[in-house]
Design a binder for this molecule. Sequence first.
Ligand code: 5GP
Length: 194
Amino acid sequence: MSKQGILFVLTGPSGVGKGTVLAEVRKQKELYLSISATTRQPRPGEQDGVQYYFLTREQFEQKVAENGFLEHAEFSGNCYGTPAAPVDEQLAAGRDVMLEIEVQGAMQVHQMRQDAVRIFIAPPSFAELERRLTGRGTEDADAVSRRLETAKHELTLADEFDYIVINNTVEQATADVLAILRAESCRAARVEIK
Ligand code: 5GP
């Protein structure tokens, strides 16, 4: 039987750069990136089954009722959830899995999977987060201020996680995440000496 993969969770406030850092990490480390389900509307260029599975609220609730999500949360008026089956299949096949999710969901993962390794990406400052989220241009002013309000609370939860990476620059944050992934793969409990 092959060795079980490691479940990694990357979280942090919206706009902190989780997606950018993860894209860089994946150039250097093979990871199965879980595709979440969401009830939010696709942004221009987003495709169903690529960035997300876009579901109606009814479809989402149906999947919740069937216990189909590893975790799920409401964020800024929309629902987001991690489909459990693909994650379990990949882990069982010995592949490391990465979830890129918001903070409430990341905290739920810990309750369900105590062996998950959870990394919190923090901005260098709140002002910088505001600048990044506004500059991204993917949300209107109302949505940006809702996300910033949520971010204030999320930042207070950072020390609940296993690791905190401050995203000063993409290069440094990528190197930090890769170092964590590497170190976790060498944990005594995960290494079998033949
Ligand atoms: P966005 O609407 O900008 O794509 O995502 C909003 C937030 O939801 C981001 O912080 C993103 O990481 C998070 N998110 C994406 N997928 C999931 C998921 O499956 N579960 C949870 N809890 N959060 C998610």
